[in-house]
Design a protein around this ligand. Structure first.
Ligand SMILES: NC(=O)c1ccc[n+]([C@@H]2O[C@H](COP(=O)([O-])OP(=O)(O)OC[C@H]3O[C@@H](n4cnc5c(N)ncnc54)[C@H](OP(=O)(O)O)[C@@H]3O)[C@@H](O)[C@H]2O)c1
Length: 329
């Protein structure tokens, strides 16, 4: 069977197509033929050696997949033909899903109803993370108005859709007019091109000077300085990644300077939910339920053959991609 493997970390070219033997099933495992594999930014971090929890090499990347069971191996839970979704979280954070077939414990996959679109469902991991960020990252904050950086990306589109569903007014930022148009077409109320407009001024104008209740920030760097100026009283920044590096300025001083609004920052990584499996499970159940009921529609924009994994990574790294990229085995 075909899989994508890295033997060393580096640029997209280290993602190589390899032939591997079909997985041998252990007792209690089922064999899944994959249908769609989600590409996410953490895959790029692992590939380039920047992920804080680096796996041993050689390594098959991939953390989110849909498919169907082709060998139930006597499972009483899953039969042949059952449609499934699962993530690395369901299988001990092992990765390994950029592959045509996967052997997995029969307790891991989430069964999907027959009517579900397997491509869309392969993009649901972003929604599960988004749901955890909203419920536990922004815990305690009112969320009448939220600001989403990178609103046209995988996480951005998921956060936007869930926030809109929860009744929030959503303001997004993106780096091109096309990305802003994409976000507006998906229902966000306002999208600001941060390359051509002053985001702080625009956000304060759009909120009558009050600011937003919650900012979801995956950039860090010096972006907090501006975020702090756009927070409503008792507002909260949810910091879920640091693509722009560490802040140069003293964050605590910056927070004290805005004491009149009592800002909060929660730094959150999904690995915390390893210690909180009941919250993780609840997020899966909620998101899969919303999708099965047709209440959310992931923004799958790009489908590439498995062997074009390197191109998928280049596309994501170029920041030209919109919504979710899938690999199709
Ligand atoms: N906490 C967690 O456990 C968790 C789970 C999943 C993902 N994440 C993180 O969430 C972030 C987004 O992931 P994703 O899969 O949604 O990625 P994505 O689809 O590529 O979207 C990221 C967006 O961020 C914007 N951006 C701003 N600064 C950037 C930079 N320095 N490099 C690249 N993009 C930048 C880009 O939009 P513009 O060019 O328009 O600014 C891009 O559209 C990543 O940092 C990822 O590690 C965290």
């Amino acid at each position: 069977m075909r899989a994508i493997q890295i033997s060393e970390t580096g640029g997209p070219e280290v993602l190589r197509l390899v032939e591997q033997p079909m997985p041998k099933l252990q007792p209690g495992q089922v064999l899944v033929k994959t249908h769609a594999i989600g590409v996410a930014f953490p895959d790029l971090l692992v590939r380039s050696g920047r992920y804080p929890w680096m796996p041993p090499l050689p390594y098959v990347p991939g953390n989110e997949v849909t498919g169907h069971v082709v060998d139930a191996n006597g499972s009483t839970r899953l039969g042949n033909g059952q449609l499934v979704f699962f993530t690395s979280w369901d299988m001990g954070f092992a990765g390994g899903l950029y592959a045509e077939y996967v052997a997995v414990k029969d307790t891991a996959p989430w069964p999907l109803p027959d009517h579900v679109d397997l491509d869309e469902a392969a993009a649901l991991f972003n929604y599960i993370v988004a749901s955890l960020l909203m419920e536990h990252g922004a815990r305690g904050a009112e969320a009448a108005t939220v600001l989403l950086h990178g609103v046209s990306g995988g996480m951005g589109t998921a956060l936007a859709e869930l926030a809109l569903l929860a009744g929030s007014k959503v303001i997004g930022t993106a780096g091109t007019d096309d990305k802003c148009a994409f976000a507006l077409a998906r229902g966000v109320q306002h999208a600001i091109n941060y390359k051509t407009a002053n985001v702080v001024d625009q956000v304060l104008r759009l909120t009558d000077g009050r600011g937003v209740d919650v900012v979801y920030n995956h950039i860090a760097g010096n972006s907090f300085v501006d975020d702090m100026k756009m927070l409503a009283p008792l507002g909260q920044i949810v910091s879920y990644a640091a693509l722009g590096g560490m802040p140069q300025s003293d964050l605590f001083r910056g927070m004290r300077a805005e004491i009149g609004r009592s800002p909060a920052v929660r730094v959150i990584g999904t690995h915390v939910f390893e210690k909180l499996p009941h919250l993780r499970r609840a997020a899966f159940e909620k998101v899969l339920g919303l999708h099965a009921a047709g209440k959310i529609k992931p923004a799958v924009t790009t489908r590439l053959p498995l062997e074009r994994a390197a191109h998928a990574h280049r596309l994501m790294e170029s920041r030209e991609s919109l919504g979710k990229i899938l690999l199709k085995p």
